[in-house]
Design a protein around this ligand. Structure first.
Ligand code: TPP
Ligand code: DXP
Ligand code: MG
Length: 620
């Protein structure tokens, strides 16, 4: 076996199996240094990874990946897992095209048995693997790692409920760093604090140090470990919260003490049925700026200078993030209108709502990683007289499709839904690309769905959204935009597009968002005659303008930067078909269908077979 003298020497987790506690401790320290250096150059999820180094090393020491299944919730904290499974030399490519993914990725390594990016899926995955194992008569361990933030997600709680019922053997490592991206807001967190306070911390460090005479973990040491394993088994207790789910529990354990972690994991491995091992870790451990961070600035970072902690990606002057433009506008409007409230499902930092929280603490609501709950709660707030602004990243909004449809749109509730990080987001990859929301939302009746082209229009769009008293979505991308605060706001007529003429147009480009200006500028630079359309509403689209555009008889290109199927181009093609009816369509219109017999409803909606044959006769 090749000896590890530096992190780059690690080819497989089997190399750490015969290391001593001192050697493992040194390895953890080397991994931390590696992570700080490497992430400072590539960017990535720094704090969560620094916090979980020892836990991951101990997991790979005790369990046998890839035979045993290791599932990391979200997956943003799996960098040490990547290092221990032979991927260190690729770290310079982290989150770059063709390089290492920032999450577990099955195509990347046989050690990655699961993929995520969205939170709170690990426990369902663990139960699924455990059920498959038992039915297939396989023999492997299932280990899920879930953070205290991810445990606030509804899916995780649904899975706990089911795991407690099915009682399949698995180890749930509950990584408690007392932080989500920012502060963790949850009742669960309060319950966890009770657990921390009410149980003796398992600290067997001194016992281990006294008993591990040998440097290498040979037979003596393993005997010692099994002695402790028995001792730790006695620590299996009924902890509030987990007991309610019918789950056994061990902990809390110092998540930075490799010896204690190994012992507790050994004991958990022997446990029958599901067991929660509670590890206490510090987010950002080993890097002072990250350790001190209380608001999530070091959760996900772009390249930075290690010595000063300063970001190496400076904003061009006069530019701020789109999220900041939106949040500035909401704050401005909230100043005058005390019924405006802001809601975030655990994304206050990324959505730039921390300042709103500071200014209007009573009107700010972080509801944990709970997109579904955020939308439904906002609906009732609106019906109760408030004016909610709910900010959700496009890809996370996929979680709340039903709530947007069933609660917000169906009841026609006036909510301003800020869809942040729409379009391609880049480094986070396929789990986070916000390219589905137009297609996903366009079929929902009552909704307004818009995207402003620049900061000025963004401010007016938010103003329009609040004034509209409709379920109103405003989407905006990751990244920055030139910004000057509007001196006053003006209403944008809902469903209207804008035309920009460059030179003498010979073609038409219909596009949206920041690409409107990009196309105009490029056409000007290259002296290309274009008619550029700012399609700032996807629903409703501007049918009047569309008709006029068609009359011009110029080639039309729809420049769409989101998923094609169901997107803006689909909307335009659908509309064009209504003009010449080349294809006759019988279908339910853009509205909800009330109750009644299916037959009566089919007649009402013009989709009965009689309707079809009447149509055929008309067209025959
Ligand atoms: C459905 C969903 N919503 C929001 C996020 C954004 N997000 C990523 S990590 C994270 C916090 C997770 O906290 P925790 O599980 O405690 O892990 P830690 O970062 O503390 O290690 C959040 C909110 C997400 N990935 N998925
Ligand atoms: C892991 C996760 O889901 C978030 O940390 C996400 O990476 C944040 O993305 P932004 O950097 O765009 O806020
Ligand atoms: Mg956490």
């Amino acid at each position: 076996m090749r000896k590890i003298s530096q992190v780059y020497d690690i080819e497989s987790p089997s190399q750490i199996k015969d290391m001593s506690i001192d050697e493992l401790t040194q390895l953890c320290s080397d991994i931390r240094t590696f992570l700080i250096e490497s992430i400072s150059k590539t960017g990535g999820h720094l704090s969560s990874n620094l916090g979980i180094v020892e836990v991951t090393v101990a997991m790979h020491y005790v369990f046998d990946s890839p035979k045993d299944k290791m599932i990391f919730d979200v997956g943003h904290q799996c960098y040490t897992h990547k290092l221990l499974t032979g991927r260190s030399t690729q770290f310079a490519t982290l989150r770059k095209k063709g390089g290492l993914s920032g999450y577990q990725k099955r195509s990347e390594s046989k050690y990655d048995c699961w993929e995520a990016g969205h939170s709170s899926t690990s426990l369902s995955a663990a139960l699924g693997y455990a059920i498959a194992r038992d039915l297939m008569h396989d023999d492997y361990q299932v280990v899920a790692v879930i953070g205290d933030g991810s445990l606030t997600g509804g899916m995780a709680l649904e899975a706990l409920n089911d795991i407690g019922s099915k009682q399949k053997k698995m180890v749930i490592i509950f990584n408690d760093n007392n932080m989500s991206i920012s502060k963790n807001y949850s009742g669960v967190e309060k319950r966890i604090t009770d657990i921390r306070a009410s149980h003796l911390y398992i600290d067997l460090k001194h016992d281990v140090k006294n008993n591990l005479k040998s440097n290498k973990l040979g037979t003596n040491v393993l005997n010692t470990l099994s002695h402790f394993r028995d001792k730790i088994k006695d620590e299996v207790i009924d902890a509030p919260l987990f007991k309610e789910f019918n789950l056994d529990y061990m902990g809390p354990v110092d998540g930075h003490d490799i010896a204690s972690l190994i012992k507790v994991f050994q004991a958990a491995k022997e446990h029958d049925g599901p067991i929660v091992v509670h590890v206490l870790t510090q987010k950002g451990k080993g890097y002072k700026f990250a350790e001190q961070d209380k608001v999530g600035k070091w959760h996900g970072v772009s390249p930075f200078d290690v010595a000063t902690g300063k970001s190496l990606c400076l904003l061009p002057p006069n530019e701020i993030s789109w999220s900041q433009v939106i949040s500035n506008t909401v704050m401005d409007l909230a100043e005058k209108d005390k019924s405006i409230v802001a809601i975030t499902p655990a994304m206050a930092q990324g959505s730039k709502l921390l300042e709103f929280q500071k200014r209007y603490p009573d009107r700010f609501f972080d509801c944990g990683i709970a997109e579904q709950h955020a939308v439904t709660m906002a609906c009732a707030m609106a019906l109760g007289g408030l004016k909610p602004f709910v900010s959700i990243y496009s890809s996370f909004l996929q979680r709340a499709y039903d709530q947007v449809n069933h609660d917000m749109a169906r009841m026609n509730v006036p909510i301003v839904l800020g869809i942040d990080r729409c379009g391609l987001v880049g480094d986070d990859g396929e789990t986070h690309q916000g390219v589905f929301d137009i297609a996903m939302l366009r079929s929902i009746p009552n909704l307004v769905l818009s995207q402003p082209k620049d900061a000025q229009e963004a401010q007016n769009m938010i103003y329009t959204a609040f004034a509209s008293k409709k379920p109103f979505c405003v989407r905006y991308p990751r990244g920055n935009v030139r910004y000057a605060k509007n001196k006053s706001y003006s209403l944008i007529p809902i469903g209207t597009w804008e035309k920009f003429v460059v030179g003498t147009p010979t073609q038409i480009v219909i596009t949206y968002g920041p690409d409107v200006d990009h196309v105009i500028n490029k056409a000007r630079e290259n002296q290309i005659g274009l008619l550029v359309v700012n399609a700032r509403f996807f629903k409703p689209i501007d049918e009047v303008m569309m008709k006029d555009l068609l009359k011009l008889n110029l080639p039309i290109t729809v420049y769409e930067t989101d998923i094609k199927k169901g997107g803006l181009s689909s909307a335009i093609l659908e509309y064009m078909n209504t003009l010449d009816e080349k294809i006759h369509v019988l279908a339910i219109g853009d509205h909800y269908v009330c109750h009644g017999s299916i037959r009566s409803l089919r007649i009402q909606e013009g989709i009965s077979t009689e309707c079809l044959f009447e149509e055929l006769e008309k067209n025959g």
